[in-house]
Design a protein around this ligand. Structure first.
Ligand SMILES: [Zn+2]
Length: 255
């Protein structure tokens, strides 16, 4: 379907090559943009590990504090018991009864004293646990700060890539506008299908004949002939890339 204004295939090769160069850069930046955040993986893992450590130390503090509260409750109970016994003692009807209460009161006091000592020891444990929690917090903060610094660097790099990509998008639009719609459609279809985003391949002449520069498949004489004539596109039978001759003159684009 030859529209009279449709340029020859070979006349469009320079425009397609320019498009290909831009697409290769877009491909590189896209990959880099995707891979960049991985630079933060180690720092992120470190923060998560330090956070887990800090959480464990916080739980330790809570556990010891809970234990203290429980013992304080016990102490209160003994105090109330002692007061109750003292009130009962003061209502005593006999000396024997009075002495009996005194005996129980002394026991309650002794128990209270023991619990008080326990609580004091436990307060030391609370302090120790709190100190360890504080240390873990400092380590976590340090890891978080380090991650923050690394993220700043990565974010700046990503912003730079985004800027480059914007420029490339404009350049690509301008380059694509120079390619006839039929060729552009073909190019884009191949370019999108290739994992390396490369749609063009030079046919290379070697001692044993012509080869596709993209996949090394041989290019036969008839195909070379069509490429040289430059009227119709020739697609590599193996990798489906558009074949061109590297040596062909950089023709002025027909518009
Ligand atoms: Zn090929």
């Amino acid at each position: 379907m030859d529209h009279p204004q449709k340029p020859l295939m070979k006349a469009q090769i320079p425009q397609l090559k320019l498009l290909q160069d831009i697409d290769k850069q877009v491909f590189r930046w896209t990959k880099e943009r995707r891979d960049k955040p991985r630079a933060l993986d180690a720092a992120e893992k470190e923060v998560a590990a330090k956070k887990a450590e800090f959480d464990a130390r916080s739980k330790d503090v809570e556990a010891v504090k809970k234990e203290v509260a429980k013992r304080e409750e016990d102490l209160k109970e003994r105090e109330e018991r002692r007061k109750r016994l003292e009130a009962q003692r003061d209502q005593s009807k006999s000396n024997k009864e009075y002495q009996g209460y005194n005996f129980e009161i002394a026991a309650a006091k002794a128990e209270g004293g023991k619990i008080e000592e326990e609580i004091l020891k436990m307060m030391n444990a609370v302090e120790e646990a709190a100190a360890k929690e504080g240390e873990a917090k400092a380590v976590l903060d340090q890891a978080a700060a380090k991650h923050g610094e690394a993220k700043k660097v990565v974010d700046a790099e990503l912003a730079k890539i985004d800027e480059e990509m914007r420029t490339l998008r404009d350049r690509r639009a301008a380059a694509a506008a120079e390619v006839h719609a039929d060729y552009l459609k073909m190019y884009d279809r191949i370019h999108k299908a290739k994992v390396d985003a490369v749609a063009l391949a030079a046919a290379i002449k070697e001692a044993d004949g012509w080869h596709c520069g993209g996949c090394r498949m041989d290019v036969n004489f008839q195909e070379v002939n069509v490429i040289m004539k430059g009227k119709d596109p020739v697609i590599c039978r193996s990798c489906s890339r558009i074949l061109y001759l590297d040596s062909q003159p950089q023709a002025v684009p027909a518009k």
